[in-house]
Design a protein around this ligand. Structure first.
Ligand SMILES: [Zn+2]
Length: 650
């Protein structure tokens, strides 16, 4: 009988075990096929093939088996109709759909993309005016990126219900719905949920597939290689989030970046502050991912923090992947308390709108609080930004390509509230654009020098003699920004600025993050490159691969040629509406016959007509233009005026 049992168990059976092991031996244990879920006080807990337990014991490890057949122990979860009280994928879809239907004035359901097996990845947006993007802080709550950790999706659904059910009756919830935009994404990995597995249908651990500090682990063949990861990345570009909370299970912890290194982030004190408040409601211990759990490369938290400055914690909900159904309500209740508190307090600090001082149009700006934490971004569509800060006095700087930096000092932040700091940036007649964000990279685990806590931020903007030292085979992808791609002009188009010489690097460009990065050259010190070999007319992304150990200060592009604009030109009252949009829409202050010309980035006229314009009426350039940057020039009454427009595809 035992023989038969072992025979059955050996057929792909996963066992949940605990192993006494030192932290430094963890990588070796994982290399043996051990799926680590938690590490605490010298004990690693995780799944291993039943037949490999004997191998681990042969290494002299003390292996304690908690469940010989973990899946069988959880069979009541996976094989009962509808997962018992857990929502199946179909039921979760229906539950979110019914919230959107029953609370249509504050909730809207959206399919944000599709999985490998073509299942919808759906989200619920909860806010007043849910169909419009307003100048309000965004919060994202997501679960089930690991498809077997299904308590995560239940907690996200519970938060969606809390916001909908208590709107109008609970003062705090009403305020959080009216003044914030919440995105609830219960099932990041629908195929994994349906199959009852951690991985997606390609066998990839999606929480190792994000670009920032991607490390070729978890079966990920490249940064953002999976459709589910792209969906989570792309919803973010439309809704910059102040605080995204990722839910998992397998241990009980509140954790925050970094995952790839034990070096603390420059925001660790602020992350710890929010952790303390959250865990008043969900009493678990907290700490930095790589210190209290284990190293994670290509994880979602490092991406959202490293690329956007989102504080991006993760909550591990239970030692069970799917705790008994009797525990679901209690875990949800505690974490809803934590989420509501997190939404309330992480708005403390500073906030504001960044606009062009002449046109009033919102700008995609980077906001830096000097020597205090990572930078954050103003939303490119609305111009609003939010930065969580504890009480104190701060100096804040806004940077945007094509504009002078603006610094405001002596900004006093109260202990339980926020201070508004708006920026009206003045267009600059400078020569260069700098990089805007770092969507993916692989840098040193332990930056050199170790005090270099702002490492990737040092490559952003134009040259400032602050640089990121890459190690051999390290690389970084720089996003030049949503409105300032590198344009293929005659001659060189971009300059890689290094503070080292004799250290080799190669340069690649692409027009999308998922596009083919084409090599355009290599150098050993500061050098300029022509993007012509790529065949692209515009390149938004630049990748630098190190073969030596170069220190990258900046990647600069030449500013678009555009058209000359004399100072008198400002006298025409021209407003570009809904910029960016799929069409160029504008409005003029005084009526008359005007020459309307559209220039592309190389200064070529792509459309021109004479129009009889009425004051204050919206006009649309009828010609359909491919997505890109254009200049709208209006001439009449002896004056001329030019405005930059961004056309996006619909
Ligand atoms: Zn997980």
């Amino acid at each position: 009988m035992p023989y038969i049992l072992i025979l059955i168990l050996s057929l792909g059976t996963k066992s949940l075990v605990e192993v006494d092991v030192s932290r430094s031996d963890l990588p070796e244990l994982i290399a043996c096929g051990f799926e680590l879920d938690g590490y605490k006080d010298g004990v690693a807990r995780g799944l291993v093939d039943y037949e490999r337990i004997i191998d681990l014991e042969a290494y002299g490890l003390d292996v304690r088996v908690i469940y010989e057949d973990y899946r069988d122990a959880n069979r009541w979860v996976y094989e009962q109709p509808n997962f018992g009280y857990y929502h199946s994928y179909t039921e979760m879809h229906a539950a979110i759909e019914s919230l959107a239907r029953d609370y249509s004035t504050i909730a809207r359901m959206e399919t944000i993309g599709y999985s490998v097996q073509n299942r919808a990845i759906f989200a619920l947006k909860v806010s007043d005016n849910p169909d419009i993007e307003e100048a309000e802080p965004t919060f994202i709550f997501d679960g089930d990126i690991h498809g077997n950790e299904i308590i995560a999706g239940e907690v996200v659904l519970a938060q969606a219900k809390k916001l909908c059910y208590d709107y109008g009756s609970d003062t705090l919830i009403t305020r959080l719905v009216d003044e914030c935009e919440s995105w609830l994404i219960p099932m990041d990995n629908p195929d994994g949920v349906v199959a009852g597995t951690r991985y997606n249908a390609n066998g990839v651990d999606l929480n190792r597939d994000f670009g920032y500090q991607w490390g070729a682990t978890g079966g990920s063949p490249g940064p953002f290689s999976q459709p589910e990861t792209k969906v989570r990345r792309d919803i973010y570009w439309k809704n910059y989030s102040l605080n995204t909370v990722h839910f998992h299970s397998g241990t009980e912890l509140y954790i925050y970046p970094w995952g790839f290194t034990t070096m603390a982030t420059p925001d660790s004190a602020r992350m710890e502050y929010i952790a303390q408040r959250y865990t008043n409601y969900f009493p678990v211990s907290y700490g930095q991912i790589a210190r209290v759990l284990y190293s994670v490369y290509g994880g979602s938290t490092d991406y959202f923090y490293g690329c956007f400055g989102d504080l991006a914690p993760a909550v591990e909900l239970s030692y069970w992947y799917a705790p008994p159904q009797s525990q679901i309500d209690h875990i949800c209740e505690q974490n809803v308390g934590g989420m509501v508190e997190l939404m309330r307090i992480s708005q403390f600090g500073i906030r504001g709108i960044v606009t062009d001082s002449i046109t009033g149009q919102p700008l995609p700006a980077r906001i830096e609080v000097n020597n205090t934490g990572w930078q954050v971004y103003a939303d490119p569509l609305v111009g609003d930004y939010y930065r969580f800060l504890l009480s104190g006095t701060y100096t804040v700087t806004a940077h945007a390509n094509g504009y002078y930096d603006k610094t405001v000092s002596g900004v006093a932040v109260p202990s339980n509230g926020w201070t508004v700091v708006n920026f009206e940036l003045v267009p600059e007649d400078g020569q260069h654009y700098g990089a805007y964000a770092v969507p993916s990279c692989r840098t040193r685990r332990n930056p050199s020098p170790s005090s270099d806590i702002y490492f990737t931020l040092k490559c952003l903007g134009t040259r400032d003699n602050q640089s990121l030292r890459l190690n051999s085979n390290g690389w970084i992808v720089l996003d030049m920004g949503p409105t300032s791609p590198i344009i293929n002009n005659t001659g060189n188009d971009l300059t890689v600025v290094t503070t080292t010489t004799g250290q080799t690097y190669r340069v690649y460009v692409a027009d999308t993050l998922d596009g083919n990065f084409v090599q355009i050259g290599q150098a050993t010190q500061t050098a300029s490159f022509d993007i012509d070999p790529s065949g692209l007319s515009e390149a938004r992304y630049v990748r630098v691969n190190a073969s030596g150990s170069p220190a990258i200060d900046a990647v600069e592009s030449d500013m678009p040629v555009g058209v000359a604009e004399p100072e008198v030109a400002r006298r025409i009252d021209l407003k570009v509406l809904q910029n960016p949009s799929d069409r160029i829409r504008f409005q003029i202050g005084g009526p008359g016959i005007y020459k309307v010309r559209i220039y592309d980035c190389q200064g070529r006229v792509v459309d021109h007509q004479n129009l009889n314009l009425k004051a204050g009426k919206s006009s649309v350039v009828s010609r359909r233009l491919p997505a890109g940057v254009y200049f709208l020039n209006i001439e009449g009454n002896n004056h001329s005026r030019t405005e930059k427009c961004l056309v996006i595809s619909r």
